[in-house]
Design a protein around this ligand. Structure first.
Ligand SMILES: Cc1cc2nc3c(=O)[nH]c(=O)nc-3n(C[C@H](O)[C@H](O)[C@H](O)COP(=O)(O)OP(=O)(O)OC[C@H]3O[C@@H](n4cnc5c(N)ncnc54)[C@H](O)[C@@H]3O)c2cc1C
Length: 282
């Protein structure tokens, strides 16, 4: 299929993009890597009157490490994140997750901001952002604001972004000596969206773990924390964490798997990620 007709404008700056989003002549959409949006247009799931291209705004791209935090600009391509030594050193969880996003052609164009803004419930990066207790910088007609990941993902493809907002960057605390990261997902073929995935972070605390965050994706309308399992794992009780998953997760059947399969896989992934967090070989 082909998209419905639309006008195209290249934004010169973030302010210009916000101004264009406010035009009264109908629905407008921001275009970043186009890896989700163009497919939605071609299938006529979305029919904006205006596409606003962010790709000329250099200020939106890049990785910077500042005051113990890593800032990643919205327009930074997946491939740049994947190859960044700063990401490898300071956000190992994202380094583990990145190769699971689609295929190289998709990672060459797709952007970190597009993935977070799109908020696909089976996507890797929203889960990582939540597991890492990160935050999102947003610029809109009323100025700038920062939203914690916990408050950013609101529902199925629904976020804290308003109709005239631009996601400008995300910020994540840089890993320290005791930081632990674990990541696992199950997909039918490498590069497919996950049937179930799990992003985990924690701090080594003596022989155990503290600040455990376990975020599942592909099991609900948004990436979601398994808080009861987190508490059990922080007490080094993997068996209890596995039992707690029944209370934490209530997936529905979808086109990829039944709810029962997803629950089973969630347990398998928890064992793998728990071993990574505890520093053992998976
Ligand atoms: C075959 C295929 C397989 C894929 N597999 C995976 C996968 O396994 N895991 C995964 O996570 N993703 C996957 N993707 C999606 C890919 O990661 C996309 O790059 C990502 O979802 C969207 O990023 P984008 O830059 O392409 O955004 P676009 O497609 O340009 O935009 C997506 C949405 O976000 C909005 N948007 C974009 N940037 C901003 C911004 N700065 N501020 C506000 N709103 C913004 C757009 O208006 C649009 O609504 C796959 C895509 C394809 C085509």
């Amino acid at each position: 299929m082909k998209p419905a007709p639309f006008a195209y404008a290249k934004a010169k700056s973030i302010e210009h993009a916000i101004e264009l989003l406010g035009r009264p002549d109908g629905e407008a959409r921001l275009l970043a890597g186009g890896q989700s949006l163009i497919a939605a247009l071609n299938m006529r799931l979305s029919a904006p009157k205006l596409l606003i291209d962010l790709n000329g705004i250099g200020a939106l791209a890049g990785v910077a490490v500042l005051d113990g935090r890593v800032e990643i600009g919205a327009l930074t391509r997946h491939v740049e994140v994947e190859r960044s030594t700063d990401i490898l050193q300071h956000i190992p969880l994202i380094a583990l997750a990145l190769p699971h996003i689609g295929h190289p052609a998709i990672r060459n164009r797709g952007t970190l901001g597009g993935s977070i803004a799109f908020a696909d419930p089976a996507a890797e990066l929203p889960a990582c952002l939540l597991a890492l207790d990160g935050e999102v910088d947003i610029e809109g007609p009323k100025g700038k604001r920062t939203v914690k990941a916990d408050a950013f993902f609101k529902g199925l493809f629904e976020t804290a972004l308003g109709p005239q907002d631009v996601l400008t960057a995300i910020r994540i605390p840089a890993a320290v000596k005791d930081t632990r990261a674990g990541f696992a997902e199950f997909a039918r073929r490498h590069g497919d969206y996950a049937m179930v995935g799990l992003a985990g972070s924690a701090r080594a605390d003596g022989k155990g773990l503290a600040d455990v965050r376990l975020v599942y994706f592909g099991v609900g309308p948004t990436a979601m924390r398994a808080k009861k399992a987190e508490a059990a794992l922080a007490s080094s009780k993997l068996d209890e964490a596995l039992k707690a998953l029944a209370a934490d997760l209530s997936p529905s059947d979808d086109v990829l798997a039944t709810a029962a399969t997803k629950k089973h896989l969630a347990g398998v992934l928890l064992k793998r990620v728990a071993h990574q967090l505890m520093g053992a070989r998976p």
